[in-house]
Design a binder for this molecule. Structure first.
Ligand SMILES: C[S@@+](CC[C@H](N)C(=O)[O-])C[C@H]1O[C@@H](n2cnc3c(N)ncnc32)[C@H](O)[C@@H]1O
Length: 324
């Protein structure tokens, strides 16, 4: 008992020392992490000076130093390095860093296309491919943004589609696979989905998602703008979400859709309700607006008639068409 009493002051002192030690470690870490952005910002200032005065060699050295400062390879710096290599005429390195910038998340294809630093690369196929890569990064992020679920209500849409295992579905203009994945799960294991798109980048992205979700019932199809390339009378449902407004020859396209539909099949179109650009400065531009009246009138020419219409989506119309 006595020895326990004597040990207590020693225990308190040890505890206090430990608290002081932990506080010192935390503060040191905080100071260290604060140092890094300050140094980074100083270097950014120097980089801009060197760039403005046309001293590209120095600017490049600074940009590379900045790059080593940030742990995650910051895409803006990678982009800057690509610009500088391009200005110095080193195309190999310019492409290497542009690729790194795109891989790290750089998405501003407009900036890239208009940036005079890349003037010498503008016409090259490799540059155009990188532009498409940057565009697809931004487009996928837009389709998959969290706020989309609030108005897109994917779970309610899936419920309304009333899909059954074993059904065959064409998701035309599948994009990032926002609905493809959900539909594939609803019809598996025997059911099949054709995810079609005009963009290789979108299909490549869906392919990666299918691998990570371990889904094997989706076939990816690169289609042309005017042909959905459906198997004759081979699908139970055609789903087109935010894609019909891209179609130009409406009547001809509708006939091709009809030819792909199996007996008793349905065509589901969800698309943006036309709104003045001032009211909704995103989504399809005014020249692509498609009202449900125009769509239904056109689809009627190919034998489609509305079977059900849902009004729970605040920004889009949602119509299920059957065949007469
Ligand atoms: C706005 S996104 C919608 C993607 C997806 N349906 C969704 O809801 O997330 C439209 C997609 O349709 C594709 N697209 C545009 N025109 C097309 C056409 N004629 N045939 C097939 N896909 C098309 C685009 O490449 C894009 O991926």
């Amino acid at each position: 008992m006595q020895s326990q009493k004597r040990a207590r002051p020693f225990l308190y002192i040890s505890m206090w020392l430990l608290v002081i030690l932990i506080t010192c470690v935390v503060l040191t870490a905080a100071w260290a992490s604060d140092d890094q952005p300050a140094e980074y910002e100083t270097l950014r200032g120097q980089l801009e000076e060197a760039y403005k005065s046309g001293n590209y060699e120095t600017a490049l050295e600074i940009a590379e130093e900045m790059n080593t400062l940030v742990e995650t390879r910051h895409y803006e710096t990678l982009y800057d390095i690509a610009c500088l290599y391009s200005l110095l005429g080193n195309k190999v390195k310019a492409y290497e860093y542009l690729q790194k910038a795109v891989d790290a998340g750089f998405w501003n294809h407009r900036q890239m296309r208009q940036d005079k630093d890349f003037e010498n690369l503008w016409e090259e196929p490799r540059f155009k491919k990188l532009l498409r890569g940057a565009w697809s990064k931004g487009y996928i992020a837009m389709l998959e943004r969290e706020e989309r679920d609030e108005f897109q209500k994917p779970e309610e849409v899936m419920k309304a589609l009333e899909l059954k295992p074993g059904e065959r579905v064409a998701d035309i203009g599948a994009g990032s696979g926002y609905f493809t994945i959900r539909v594939a799960k609803a019809v598996e294991p025997a059911g099949k989905v054709w995810a079609t798109d005009i963009s290789d980048e979108m299909l490549d992205y869906i392919e990666k998602r299918l691998q990570s979700e371990q889904l094997e019932n989706v076939e990816l199809v690169k289609v042309s703008r005017d042909d959905p390339q459906l198997p004759a009378s081979g699908v139970d449902m055609i789903l087109m979400v935010d894609t019909y407004h891209y179609i130009q020859e409406l009547t001809e396209y509708a006939k091709k859709l009809r030819a792909g539909l199996a007996p008793g099949g349905r065509l589901v179109v969800i698309d943006f309700i036309p709104k003045p650009w001032e009211e909704r400065p995103w989504g399809p531009p005014p020249q692509q607006h498609l009202s449900k009246e125009t769509l239904s009138a056109d689809l009627a020419k190919a034998g489609f008639k509305p079977a059900k219409e849902y009004d729970f989506l605040p920004k889009q119309f949602f119509i299920v068409y059957g065949v007469e």
